[in-house]
Design a protein around this ligand. Sequence first.
Ligand SMILES: Cc1ncc(COP(=O)(O)O)c(C=O)c1O
Length: 382
Amino acid sequence: MKKIPFGKPMINELEKDAVLNVMDGSILVHGPVATQFENKFASFTNAPNAVSVSSCTAGMHLIYFALGYGPGDEVIVPAQTHIATAHAVELTGAKPVFVDSEKDTGNINIEAIEAAINSKTKAIAVVHYLGVPVDMPKVVQIAKKHNLFLLEDCALAPGAKIDNIHVGLHGDAGVFSFYPVKHFTTAEGGMIILKDENLSKKLKLIKAFGVNRTHGERKIPGVYDTIALGFNYRMSEIHAAIGVVQLDKLPGFLKIRKNNFKALESNLKDIRGLSILPQPSDDHLESCHYCLGVLLEEDNFSKRSEIINLLSEQGIGSSVYYPQPVPRMSYYKEKYGYDKKKYINASRISDGMIALPVGPHLGADDMKKIAEVLKNIMEKIT
Ligand SMILES: Cc1ncc(COP(=O)(O)O)c(C=O)c1O
């Protein structure tokens, strides 16, 4: 039986050669390849500045730390997201204040943001859920009105655009993830893009301990000063070398994702017991098709695990984004309490969605098979 995994890194000889090339040299960290990857990502997104980091989580934490957030501060975070979006705030001592998602797309409910703003609020974080861009001009307006920093968590959204401008450049900073099942990978890794040159310089300084000289810049080996408190959140040359090669492949990957998405969407028409999470209906929002999310009808929520297992028995991988709204996760529930009524849309998506694969490791036949198998399952169990 042919397996259809949810995600598969598309690595070949080009990435392997690039890694070996780095390993044959003497610089494994803090060298020219990470800079090359930053420049290449900046030119792909048209970003004025790009800062490579060890992960998206590290990048978001680095930004909040650089901005000086701490106890007594609040950051607005979507309830429907990966735990990392909230942890990045929580790690500084500031409090994530969760806002429910829209009913259909799973993106933050923009209408509900202003009600969560108070005198402690310092920033708004949005997530482009499953690669469908948030309608940023509306959020930018709110952030400007209240003088708040606006962070875009672009972990699932490289290639997504709003008004033809890449996500990450609408707010004050955007952070991407290159974890293996993402649109492209560096194994572990992330990238920050931003317009503010001074903040970019600060992020570069504090992602590397706050020391004032990199190896290449030191006049006397081993001699440096530390001018700020900082982390070790650097991306190694090995990871960056994979990224440089993968980034060349990204436009091709994005085309395949879009074609697969369209094929699967049309094959799934008229299927019983579920709907497809919608793509943007408005031309100014351009999705990058991370996966195809189906939402079961509420009566079928209890059958989700069975459906996922039956898909898996037929070789079809799937996933759930995200398994619980963040405020319902034990850590946050225990610390801040959980009001069920506040996160109805995020809960519905967490409890009823199944993410189906559309990645570049798959083609039209796979999309047919996924639809056929899912249709049969739904007919049998509903
Ligand atoms: C929306 C979102 N933000 C952040 C992350 C964390 O990314 P990383 O593993 O690069 O820290 C993920 C991971 O899946 C994610 O989905």
